[in-house]
Design a protein around this ligand. Structure first.
Ligand code: URA
Length: 190
């Protein structure tokens, strides 16, 4: 898959914004290149920066556990990445200028993957991908269809760790994601 290789090579060498100066590793993304569903977070945290893989800290573990309940794993059938590929210092939100510098990589990842379902993890990703005034508390779990792709957002796993009372809403959203996959790409579940 030469285009993926070339894209990742460019991304790993990126110097488009100041996050390049403080990163340990670029966190490009992880998962099969034929996945039908893509998850998008906001940006790498400390563990991700150290390991070069998205969502590998406590939040990532929780996410993987929850997704396994609906038959999804990053080894087999979902792709996961972030809006910005380098860690913002002290885990602050990525600045708009940093998102603008980086978003081209996500666009190219989407063009190569051609997912049928895109799930934003948290408000920052939803504001960038679904709409600028996205309200996660009010709108999580709702679906937007655009050019044959179904978009939704769920709470960020870090928000679930901070406030476990949000978990039942997220389990309901995950069941809806499973139903959406069965509808638009049943091959995911064989
Ligand atoms: N939070 C994110 O948004 N992305 C990661 O990769 C890790 C934590």
């Amino acid at each position: 898959m030469p285009d993926w290789v070339e894209l990742e090579r460019r991304c790993l060498a990126c110097q488009k914004c100041a996050l390049a100066d403080t990163r340990t590793n670029v966190v490009f993304g992880k998962g099969p290149k034929n996945a039908r569903i893509m998850f998008v977070g906001e940006g790498p945290g400390e563990n991700e920066d150290l390991q070069g893989e998205p969502f590998v800290g406590r939040g990532g573990q929780l996410l993987d556990e929850m997704l396994s309940l609906i038959g999804l794993s990053r080894e087999k059938n979902f792709y996961i990445t972030n809006i910005v590929k380098c860690r913002p210092p002290k885990n602050r939100d990525p600045l708009n200028t940093e998102q603008d510098a980086c978003i081209g990589y996500l666009r190219e990842q989407m063009e190569l993957l051609r997912p049928r379902v895109v799930v934003c993890l948290g408000r920052i990703a939803a504001m960038r991908i679904i709409k600028p005034d996205y309200r996660i508390t009010r709108e999580h779990g709702q679906w937007v269809e655009r050019d044959g792709v179904s978009y939704t957002a769920i709470y960020h796993p870090a928000a679930l760790l901070r406030d476990p009372s949000k978990k039942p809403d997220t389990f309901a959203d995950l069941r809806a994601i499973r139903a959406k996959l069965r509808e638009v790409c049943p091959e995911v579940y064989g």
